[in-house]
Design a protein around this ligand. Structure first.
Ligand code: NAD
Ligand code: MG
Ligand code: MG
Ligand code: MG
Ligand code: MG
Length: 341
């Protein structure tokens, strides 16, 4: 099916400009949306709990802050940018009581609607603007006059203006500069989870760790394994981003390109593709979502164990050492580890 794409001229910023917008949460996406909407002339209040550590950051940025309940009561448009596993609690406690007819509830990911954890009343517009990139880049690109592409979807449209409102919001965070694709909550949720699990986060992380392990087990220097399997990945991906896989192959040596054709399919073979289909099946039937939510509700024992295991992988120590010696890389590294989360 051909997709419908929207750009700057397809979106009217004055629609969102006439609304009061509550951005609930001030994490990766929340900060990016709040600052960029504000810079686009939108009246924004950030919703954060009374004791939240992020409150000072919000007021330092010159934004208004209120509790999630106060912000939801005040707003016409409420964008829920808290972690997906927390969203249904914040929604029930602070948002739902203030969702009077005519208000719009926004999401940046369809998880809670797709899997039924949040069920807004029929007289509420339910709209998604989902940037296809990390929040910190959503802000950085906006500030640079660029944009991160986004998906827009309308699940409930009691006023009939949901798409125009969603596109207007998307313009306010710079997404229409890059292109906005119209989709559904179901398609966004399933493709987003599949992409991050099998390619972007899960696939790439496991591939990099495995490459590092194989080389170091074979006695090669961890520093060389790090440069080869992790550092250089960014340079390769930059070429793909600019000109597709074809440009990456053009830029690397013929030796590398031939090795790509010969060995790539030995690594990612039909057995891997079969397991990728299994990952997609677990997403579609809700079993991934149920496992994630059950673990979170139990205090996230599995999640915390896996995160600690990941941080203890030898590639992290090697990387910390090497990045310190590359001042321009170190300057971009604002990650301080689990202790600071
Ligand atoms: P995050 O973990 O970075 O930030 C969440 C913020 O929510 C916290 O900083 C905090 O301010 C707030 N928060 C946490 N618990 C809260 C509570 N109990 N009450 C009120 N506020 C609370 O989250 P995120 O990664 O920005 O994700 C937000 C949404 O955006 C999710 O739906 C996610 O799927 C979606 N999304 C994220 C990205 C990304 O780049 N991280 C990309 C696309 C879509
Ligand atoms: Mg994603
Ligand atoms: Mg995601
Ligand atoms: Mg090489
Ligand atoms: Mg070449």
């Amino acid at each position: 099916m051909p997709v419908t794409m929207y750009y700057q001229d397809d979106a009217d910023l004055s629609i969102i400009g006439a609304k009061k917008v509550a951005v609930i949460g001030y994490g990766s996406q929340g900060e990016a949306h709040a600052l960029s909407l504000r810079d686009s002339g939108v009246d924004v209040t950030v919703g954060l709990a009374e004791g939240s550590k992020s409150r000072a950051k919000v007021t330092d940025a010159g934004l208004k802050v209120a509790t999630p309940a106060e912000a939801s009561e005040w707003a016409d448009v409420i964008m829920l940018l808290v972690p997906d596993h927390v969203a249904r609690h914040v929604y029930a406690e602070s948002v739902e009581p203030h969702l009077t007819a005519g208000k719009a509830l926004f999401f940046a990911h369809g998880f809670n609607i797709r899997f039924g954890y949040i069920k807004p009343a029929a007289d509420i517009a339910v709209i998604m603007v989902a940037p296809k990139g990390p929040g910190h880049l959503v802000r950085r690109q906006f500030a640079d006059g660029k944009g991160v592409p986004a998906l827009v979807a309308v699940e409930q449209d009691p006023n009939g203006d949901g798409l125009a409102l969603g596109l207007s919001y998307a313009k306010g965070i710079g997404a229409t500069r890059a292109g906005v694709i119209e989709t559904t909550f179901t398609e966004e949720t399933e493709t987003d989870l599949f992409g991050e699990q099998s390619v972007l986060c899960g696939g790439v992380s496991s591939l990099v760790q495995s490459g590092f392990e194989i080389l170091t087990e074979a006695g090669y220097a961890p520093e060389i394994a790090y440069f080869e399997c992790l550092h250089e990945l960014k340079l390769i991906v930059d070429l793909m981003y600019e000109g597709g896989i074809a440009k990456q192959r053009w830029s690397c040596s013929d030796t590398a390109e031939y090795g790509d054709y010969i060995s790539g399919p030995r690594i990612i073979d039909d057995s891997v593709r079969e397991r990728m289909r299994g990952v997609l099946a677990d997403i579609k039937d809700g079993s991934f979502a149920a496992r994630f939510i059950a673990d979170q509700d139990a205090g996230a024992p599995e999640f915390k164990k896996l995160r600690a295991q990941g941080e203890a992988h030898p590639i992290e120590e090697t990387g910390r050492k090497l990045r310190k010696l590359m001042s321009w890389v170190a300057a971009d590294d604002d990650y301080t580890g689990t202790a600071a989360r």
